[in-house]
Write a protein that binds this ligand. Sequence first.
Ligand code: AMP
Ligand code: MG
Length: 404
Amino acid sequence: MANSDLMPVDDAIDHLLRQARPITGTESVALTNSLDRVLARDYTVPADVPPADNSAVDGYAVRAGDLSSDAMLPVSGRVAAGEAPGSLQPGTAVRIFTGSEIPAGADSVVMQERVSVADDGITIDALVSEGQNIRRRGQDLARGELALAKGTKIRPQEMGLLGSMGVAEVEVYNRLKVAILTTGDELVDPGQPLAPGQIYNSNRYTLQGLLAKAGCEVVLCETLADTRDETRSTFKRTAVEADLIITSGGVSVGEEDHVRAVLEEDGNLSLWRMAMKPGKPLAFGSIGDTPVLGLPGNPASVLVTFLVVGMPLIRACQGRTAISGHGEQMPAGFSIETPSVRREYVRARKGIGDNGPVVNASPNQSSGVLSAACWAEGLAVVPENTTIGIGDTVTYFSFAELLE
Ligand code: AMP
Ligand code: MG
C-alpha cells in the first residue's frame, strides 16, 4: 500500500463519528452516584438560586438612606443563617451573618470590620452604597433558564449545581457496555508461566483501565485464539451483550489476522491504514448492530489509538455533546528532524526548559514500548510532514484531557 493510501487521522475520526449511534436507554440515579454519568435530559432551573437576597459578609444590615455621618444606629434584631429574616425597623441596624437572608426594608450590608459597636448601637466608619455586600436572589441560577444541557458529563461542580437546584435523582444515559477482546495465540495471562514464544497479555489491562476511566461498563473481557472459528463465534456471542466491541491485534492483512476477515465475512468492515504514529492499522465495522473498533496489537498503539480515535467514538456513543478537547499550545523541549507523512503522537510530559515550561518527549517512541507511556503524562502532536525544533510550538494533550 502506498503512503497516499494512508487515511488522515481527522478523516478516520469523522468516519467513526458518522457511524456512532448514541445510546438511548436511560436510568435515574441518586445525585450521590451521578459522578461521570451523562445527563439524558436538559435541566432547567425550577426556582431562583439563591432563593432570596442574602448577605455576602458578617456584619449589619441597614438602609443606606438612614445613614448620615457619625449616626449611631441601634441594633434592633439578629438573623443567623437559616433563620427567617423578618424586617428592619427604620433607623436601625440588624446583626447579620454570611448567608443570612436580608430583612425586608434593608438594602445594604456593612461588614463588621467597618463598624464600631457600643452599648447603645453601632457607628459606621465608611461610606455605604446601596446594595453593597448583598448576593442577589437568582444570581447563580434564574428560574426558567437552562442550567445543564442534555449530553453534559457530570463533574463534581455539576453534581453541586444539581444539588443547589434541589435535584435528588438525576436522569442519565445507561453506561455504555463494552466488550474487550484481545487476540493472539501468543498471549498468556499474568500469573501463569510463560512458554517459549509466549508473552503476557498487557492490552487487556490497559483497555480495562481506559474503559473504567471513560465511564464504560466492561461486560466481557476475553482472549481469542488466532482462528477464524473462535473469532467468529465470540464476535457473534459478544455482539448480543455489548453496545461496543473493542479488539486488539489481528487487524493487519496477514493470514493470522482474523478480526479483519470475520468483520468482512460476517458483518461489515472499513479498514484503514491511518496516517498515524503509533498505530497504523485500524479496523472499524459491525457485527449485527454492534459496532466493532479493531485497534492494533502493539501495546503503545493500543493506548494511543484508543485515546485519539476511540475516545471520540465512545463519547458520541455515550450521548455526550462535547466530543474533542483542544489541548494546549506549548514550546517543544524535543526535536523531530525527519518529517513523516503520518501524524505522530509523541508520549510526552511537561517540564521546565531554559526559558520556562516545555513539553519533553520520551526518548523511546517505539510502538511496542509501554514504559514510555508510564513515564509520560500526555501526548504531543507532531503534524504530518513537519519537523520540530526545540522551542517550536506543539499541541499537548494531557492524558486527563484525552480521557475526560
Ligand atoms: P498483531 O497486530 O496481532 O500482529 O499484534 C502486533 C504486536 O502486538 C505483536 O507483537 C503482538 O504480540 C503484540 N500484541 C498483540 N496483542 C497483545 C496484547 N494483548 N498484549 C501485549 N502485546 C500484544
Ligand atoms: Mg496477533
